[in-house]
Write a protein that binds this ligand. Structure first.
Ligand SMILES: [Zn+2]
Length: 302
């Protein structure tokens, strides 16, 4: 389903996931041989990219390249089918050498800032699923080794028959607002001047709104009065779902928890516009491919 109003990177993939093909071994084998099929290598969770002039693009190979670049048991993921019917796969290669100097394996965050919106949405799931495979080689039920199944979307345990599905971690990410100003925090490890939305994992037993209220109170000492859902974003670092909200708080008397944040700061709407335009004199916010940027933009431009 297309959601044209979702402003976030990693959404609106041009591919049909074609989930019904994941168990169809004959179809998948034929797809890998088809000349129009596209295969993207990943190495250590980095996508293979090609730079031509100022343009960065995924380094798609054809499906038949699989045997030349990876052993038969390398994790393979069926991403879906494009509008012309071409199947797209990603493969986690243990060795970068067979790709030679055709391109390079680039950090996903760095690549995401430069790839097209369609490309990011197409390859993002592979980053998330390969991260999950790398950390889940053993059955969480019985401890025996598990194996990849269903075109990369399941791990199955031959010992106890348990099936394990790629995990998605829900995270609430919020911009607290009070009247005509908003509150952004900064973590110690961030580059100097960077400020962003508050965020935290949603815990078992919590509604999204409850997690927003808890995290805002814990991190900034601000009491949430109203939660306004904005948008969500699949975020493959490593495999989160960011749930973006704006939240109106009761007052502007913050108490920053310095174990979580280095500091926090109120920005007027005009200042927020400068952050979005990267023209603020002493602060900056995350880039447009991050939902924090879109939340802030929506608040100060809306
Ligand atoms: Zn098991």
């Amino acid at each position: 389903m297309l959601l044209p109003h979702n402003p976030n990177a990693f959404t609106r993939s041009p591919l049909d996931r074609a989930g019904h093909r994941r168990r169809d071994a004959a179809w998948l084998a034929a797809a890998l041989e088809a000349p129009e099929t596209r295969l993207l290598p990943f190495h250590q969770h980095r996508p293979f990219v090609i730079e031509e002039g100022d343009v960065l693009a995924p380094g798609w190979l054809n499906g038949q390249a699989r045997a030349r670049i990876a052993p038969a048991d390398a994790p393979l993921l069926f991403l879906g089918v494009d509008a012309e019917g071409a199947a797209h796969f990603a493969i986690a290669v243990p060795d970068a050498a067979p790709l030679g100097d055709l391109g390079r394996f680039d950090d996903m965050r760095a690549a995401a800032a430069r790839l097209s919106r369609e490309d990011i949405a197409t390859i993002g799931p592979a980053k998330a699923v390969f991260e999950w495979h790398a950390k889940n080689g053993f059955c969480a039920n019985c401890g025996q080794p598990s194996a990849i199944a269903e075109a990369g979307w399941v791990r199955k345990c031959a010992d106890c028959n348990a099936e394990h599905y790629p995990r998605v971690d829900p995270v609430c990410i919020m911009v607290p607002t009070f009247g005509d100003k908003c509150f952004l925090g900064r973590q110690r490890a961030w580059p100097r001047g960077m400020h962003s939305a508050l965020a935290g994992f949603i815990e078992p037993g919590e509604a999204i709104e409850e997690a927003v209220a808890r995290e805002t109170l814990e991190e900034a000492g601000l009491r949430v009065r109203e939660v306004i859902m904005h948008s969500t974003q699949p975020w493959p670092f490593p495999h989160s779902l960011m749930i973006g909200v704006l939240c109106e708080v009761e007052d502007d008397a913050e108490t920053v928890d310095t174990t979580e944040l280095e500091s926090g700061r109120w920005f007027s709407r005009d200042e927020a516009r400068l952050l979005i335009a990267a023209k603020h004199p002493d602060a900056f916010c995350p880039p447009p491919f991050a939902i924090a940027h879109q939340l802030l933009k929506s608040w100060c431009m809306g």
